[in-house]
Design a protein around this ligand. Sequence first.
Ligand code: S6P
Ligand code: ZN
Length: 195
Amino acid sequence: MKEVPFSFDLKAPDFVPSDYDNHIQRKLSNMQGQYLDQSAYEAMLSQDDKLLYQVYELKRPEIEGELLHGISIVHPGKVGDEYYMTKGHYHTVLETAEIYYTLKGRGYMVMETPEGDCAVEELKAGSVLYVLPRWAHRSVNVSADEDLVMFFAYPGNAGHDYGTIETQGFRKLVVDKDGHPEIVDNPRWSPPESA
Ligand code: S6P
Ligand code: ZN
């Protein structure tokens, strides 16, 4: 890990960092139970375990004063009518924010809080999204043929809670309706156990 200030490049067209420590690849098989259309999911998986998104991370100590950062790339595609998306998560330390800068592509960030608020923000090249503390977040690529590429940064101590979303899902889904993205209620959303 670097012990002096450093810089790296993000260059079009793919924006893969010139320097990184960790490359995460999430496939269809990693998204079990996350897509609404389970039979479309099973049918796709029986054909091919497609790569849905990738994350390139630069390693930093996972402590309060540091910023974890890198690039996420969500590929274009759909499972049934639902666009390719990230798993989505809360930060384990709920009171930690995150900032995203969209470098390429078109999509939405689906967000919600444990208190029941939800928000969906558009992502497009050049836009900066500030995810407030307490908001779970999932990015969705709505382009038919282009990657959604974003730079992200968040506090080193944030951690990831995937389990809450795996269990209850997000309140809102982004689906293709006649060739256009539409934000709809998730019919399978279930309230947190404590509610
Ligand atoms: C981490 C940050 C991103 C995501 C990435 C993949 O706090 O929000 O780096 O990890 O977009 O999403 P997910 O939900 O699979 O971690
Ligand atoms: Zn996050």
